[in-house]
Design a protein around this ligand. Sequence first.
Ligand code: FE
Length: 212
Amino acid sequence: MSEHEHHEHDHHDHDHSHLSEVQSRVRALETVLAQKGYVDPGVLDQIVEHFETRVGPHIGARVVARAWTDPAFRAALLDDATRAINDSGLFGPIGDHLIAVENDARLHNMVVCTLCSCYPWDVLGLPPVWYKSAPYRSRVVIDPRGVLADFGVTLPESTTIRVWDSTAETRYLVVPRRPAGTDGWSEEQLAALVTRDSMIGTGVAAAPGSRP
Ligand code: FE
């Protein structure tokens, strides 16, 4: 690192030149909205903090683990995911139009938003960068099996892959298959196996002992 870079890095808190164009635009928009009285900057900070620290794939993982262990909850989840999650009172309120799709030996579900980046924020938090990338959005529809291979997942040819296209009105949560060798596991133990990618469909749930 050069002296020049080092100097700038030390002063990043006072120097906005490091902000990306998007960050700069967001900051400008926030400033204007606050000045016009539309947005309370404190509330905005709370919302951002909420999405950065409290909302994340750990919520979806708990939902999946419960579906694996509670047949009544599983049935309710597959019938109306938003209602099942909200009625349970266990996960905090989530928004409308969440649909849970379940994987089994014959069917593997994958989720994309071909138009933009619609994503089930309430249960998975912020979308990964690749989810918003043009290559993922275009290729998963044409060649889902190839995309899965890129993620290191190979499914039997006999497993059908279905790709669900999200919209602003319809978000999907994949319920991955429960890994073998987890009989008698608690919901908490099971939730630790449910990766973010397994709930998007670009991965499968982790095998017991494969995660630290
Ligand atoms: Fe979208």
